[in-house]
Design a protein. Structure first.
Length: 152
């Protein structure tokens, strides 16, 4: 299946969007990019448009076709992440309970850390039970920025 790559220059850095004609597979934060997004499927343009709306505070959820792959456990965690309302946070323990595995908090943390589609699947909304930020694959400053963006 043919892979496509597009870039979006966001307030937290360049977002690299990777996918196929069927959907978006990954959104990574990268050091460099270029906004030359011609010859990509329509849903790439929709993804960029929706990300831009999110950063302009005009969008609180996303409606783009995703083509995510992972273990069955990861898929359940990533589905649960998509239920966290904009501007709110939940704990890793909350997600573990939500997916029916309350003792799997560390495994949930690993799945959250391996989320392939940052922002769209809002792993930044998961924090530690005590209210601390916890980790973020793209750096704690970006997680803090995203949480503040959603609450101001």
């Amino acid at each position: 299946m043919e892979k496509h790559i597009a870039y979006y220059g966001s307030p937290i850095g360049w977002l690299q969007i990777i996918g196929t004609n069927d959907g978006i597979e990954r959104i990574n934060i990268v050091e460099q990019g270029e906004e030359n997004n011609e010859n990509v499927p329509t849903h790439f343009s929709q993804c960029i448009e929706q990300l831009e709306q999110y950063f302009q505070k005009k969008r609180t959820s996303f409606s783009i076709p995703l083509r995510v792959s992972g273990t069955p456990f990861q898929m359940r965690v990533w589905e649960a992440l998509q239920t966290i309302p904009y501007g709110q946070t939940v704990s890793y323990a909350h997600i573990a309970k939500q997916i029916g595995q309350p003792k799997a908090v560390r495994a949930v943390g690993n799945a959250v850390g391996n989320n392939p589609i940052t922002i769209v699947i809002p792993c930044h909304r998961v924090i530690r039970t005590g209210g601390e930020f916890g980790g973020y694959a793209w750096g704690i400053e970006r997680k803090k920025w995203l949480l503040e963006h959603e609450t101001r």
